[in-house]
Design a binder for this molecule. Structure first.
Ligand code: FES
Length: 163
């Protein structure tokens, strides 16, 4: 038997929340995040499940899923590195930071390391322009990046976040 995309308790909790919400569309990201937390990413069946929980069409859910770059529609590594490619980071060496990450991880943007640990993705402004160049791993923001700092961050993240 295949594992459900979302456990029954969570599904019912979200369904009941949606039923009490005037605009269930506001919950699309929450439902997609719940599905992603259990599966690592959101397959097509996850879009259909979210639509059925919220009483929306799969297209309405898909529109949000593809717009929001923290929802993954393809399998990703255990940790996703979002490296900022917006103007402040770009003007402060963002391209060089991407190059360092590509070399250290041995992958290109959009790819996952062979050990399944990291996926490297470009992202728009992370709201940390004052600390540009910046990247985010999971929910942790890292700024003022340079080669040395990236080396230390990757080592820490590889060891499960322990310093
Ligand atoms: S431009 Fe990179 S954090 Fe804002």
């Amino acid at each position: 038997m295949t594992k459900p995309l979302l456990n029954l308790e969570k599904t019912e909790q979200l369904r009941s929340h949606a039923a009490q919400t005037e605009h269930p569309r506001e919950l699309i990201v929450d439902v997609l995040r719940a599905i992603q937390e259990e599966n690592g990413w959101v397959p097509d069946e996850g879009i259909e499940l979210a639509a059925s929980i919220l009483g929306l069409s799969p297209l309405q859910v898909e529109e949000v899923a593809t717009f929001y770059d923290k929802i993954f529609r393809h399998p990703v590594g255990k940790k996703v590195i979002h490296v900022c490619d917006s103007i402040c980071c770009w003007s402060r060496g963002g391209e060089w930071i991407v190059q360092i990450l590509r070399e250290k991880l041995g992958i290109d943007l959009g790819e996952t390391t062979s050990d399944g640990e990291f996926t490297l993705l470009p992202t728009c402004c992370l709201g940390a322009c004052g600390e540009a160049p910046a990247m985010m791993i999971g929910f942790t923001l890292y700024g003022n990046l340079d080669a040395e700092k990236i080396e230390a961050i990757l080592a820490k993240e590889r060891s499960g976040g322990r310093p």
